[in-house]
Design a binder for this molecule. Structure first.
Ligand SMILES: [Zn+2]
Length: 414
C-alpha cells in the first residue's frame, strides 16, 4: 500500500491517510513494536513507516516506547506505542437509574469515570437531558483541564435509536420518544467543539466487550444488558448487527412471560417483565421501604444488599434469584438458538449477580438449545459492570481517529 509516483495529490493524501490509519490501528491491535517490525507486519517500506510514525508523533497519537533488544546480536530497536492520556473519546450512558460518563484514551485506559444517580423516568425528558448536559459539561471541563483532547462523544440510550440521525425513536423505560438527542446535546455543548453521536446501550455494550472486555478473543458474541430494560447487542463475524433500520436486539420485548404482566413498552408478557432490573429489585424487596428500592441510592450499593442477603441464605432472595435465573436462561436460549454465538456475555446487573444467576443460565441453555453442548457457547460474565455501554461509546468515539488520524491536528511544540 505505498503511494504511486504518478498519483494525483488528492490520491496521495488518501493513500497517506489510509497508511496512517493502518499503522495506528496496528499499534492498537498488536501492541508496541519497533518501526522495522511495523514495516514487516504491514508490508509498508521502512522509510514510509518512519515518516508515518513521525507524523503520528506530531499529532500526539503515538510516542516512543521502550528500547527492545531482539536476540543477542544486532542493534536494539526503539519501540513506538499509542500515546496514553492526550487524545480521548467520551462515552455516556443514559440509564433509567443514572448517568455514567467514561473517557478512554487511545490505549483504551480509563481517564475519567463518573456516575450520577438519578431517577430519570421520574425526572422526565427535559430535566433528564439537562442532567446529561451538566454531567457531560463537567467531564469535558475536567478533561480539558488535564490537557486531554476530546475527539468525540457517543451517548448510549436504552432505546430504539436512529444512530445515523442521532435520534431516539422510542425509549420506553425513560418515557422518551422522537427525541433529537444529538442535535440538542450538540447545541448545548457547542462551546466545547465536540460532536455528539447517539446509539443503543446494548449495541455499545457489545462493542465494549469485543474491544476491551471479556469478548476480546471472539468474533461472534451476544451481549445481554441487564438493566431496567433488557436488550442485547449482537456481533457476528466481528461486526455489530444493526438490521434494516438499526433496531436489532430488542429481545426484552420477546413474548416469553405467560403471566402477561405489563411491560414498559405497553405490551404484556415481554421477557423484561421477568428479568428486568425493576422486577429483580421488587422481587427481593421485603416492603416498600426496603433499601433495594431506594432510587437515590447507587445501583451497585443496592445490589450489594441483595448479594449480602443471598450469602446469608435468605430464602426469599434466593427464590427470586432462582426465578430470574431460569427466566434469563430461557430468553438466552432463544438468542443462542438463533445466533449461535461463541460467547454470551452477561452484562449490567446480570454480571453483578452472576454468581447466583449464571448456573441457572448454563443449565437452561444445555436443556433448551437444540445444538449439542448449546452450540459451544460460553457464558461469560462482564467485568465492565454498569460502565460497559459508556465504555463502548468511548471506543466508538475513538474509532474515528483510528480510521483517520489526520482528524487530530498536529501538536504545536514550544
Ligand atoms: Zn415490552
Amino acid at each position: 500500500m505505498s503511494s504511486r509516483a504518478t498519483a494525483a495529490p488528492a490520491d496521495q493524501l488518501t493513500v497517506r491517510r489510509s497508511n496512517l490509519s493502518l499503522v495506528l490501528s496496528h499499534l492498537r491491535d498488536a501492541g508496541p513494536r519497533s518501526r522495522a517490525r511495523i514495516a514487516s507486519d504491514t508490508g509498508l517500506n521502512k522509510a514510509t513507516v518512519s515518516s508515518l510514525v513521525a507524523e503520528l508523533i506530531e499529532r500526539g497519537l503515538v510516542g516512543e516506547g521502550e528500547v527492545q533488544r531482539v536476540g543477542s546480536v544486532g542493534r536494539p530497536g526503539q519501540t513506538v506505542e499509542l500515546a496514553p492520556a492526550g487524545v480521548v473519546g467520551v462515552g455516556v450512558e443514559v440509564n433509567a437509574d443514572f448517568v455514567d460518563v467514561t473517557a478512554l484514551d487511545l490505549t483504551h485506559a480509563v481517564v475519567l469515570s463518573q456516575r450520577t444517580t438519578a431517577d430519570m423516568r421520574a425526572m422526565g425528558e427535559d430535566r433528564s437531558i439537562a442532567l446529561v448536559v451538566r454531567c457531560l459539561d463537567e467531564a469535558l471541563v475536567a478533561l480539558g483541564g488535564t490537557g486531554c483532547t476530546v475527539v468525540g462523544v457517543t451517548v448510549a440510550v436504552p432505546a430504539l435509536v436512529d444512530s445515523l440521525r442521532g435520534r431516539v425513536a422510542l425509549a420506553p423505560n425513560l418515557g422518551w420518544s422522537g427525541t433529537a438527542l444529538a442535535e440538542q446535546l450538540d447545541a448545548a455543548l457547542a462551546g466545547h467543539g465536540v460532536h455528539v453521536a447517539v446509539d443503543n446501550d446494548a449495541n455499545l455494550g457489545a462493542i465494549a466487550e469485543h474491544a476491551v472486555g471479556v469478548g476480546r478473543d471472539v468474533d461472534d458474541l451476544v451481549y445481554l444488558a441487564g438493566e431496567v430494560g433488557v436488550g442485547c447487542g449482537i456481533i457476528v463475524g466481528g461486526q455489530l448487527v444493526r438490521g434494516a433500520s438499526g433496531f436489532t436486539g430488542e429481545i426484552g420485548h420477546a413474548p416469553l412471560n405467560h403471566r402477561l404482566e405489563v411491560c414498559g413498552c405497553g405490551r404484556v408478557g415481554c421477557w423484561e417483565t421477568q428479568v428486568g432490573l425493576g422486577v429483580l429489585l421488587a422481587g427481593c424487596a421485603t416492603g416498600p421501604d426496603d433499601p433495594v428500592l431506594d432510587s437515590d441510592s447507587d445501583i451497585d450499593v443496592r445490589l450489594e444488599v441483595i448479594l449480602a442477603r443471598a450469602a446469608a441464605g435468605d430464602p426469599a432472595t434466593l427464590a427470586t434469584l432462582e426465578r430470574v435465573g431460569i427466566a434469563l436462561g430461557l430468553g438466552a436460549s432463544v438468542l443462542v438458538n438463533i445466533v449461535n454465538p461463541r460467547a454470551l456475555v452477561l452484562g449490567g446487573y446480570f454480571a453483578v449477580l452472576a454468581h447466583h444467576l449464571r448456573p441457572y443460565v448454563v443449565h437452561t441453555l444445555l436443556e433448551r438449545v437444540v445444538a449439542p453442548e448449546a452450540g459451544g457457547v460460553e457464558v461469560r460474565t462482564s467485568e465492565l459492570g454498569f460502565t460497559a455501554a459508556s465504555r463502548g461509546g468511548a471506543v466508538v468515539a475513538l474509532q474515528g481517529v483510528f480510521a483517520d488520524p489526520t482528524r487530530v491536528p498536529a501538536v504545536v511544540r514550544a
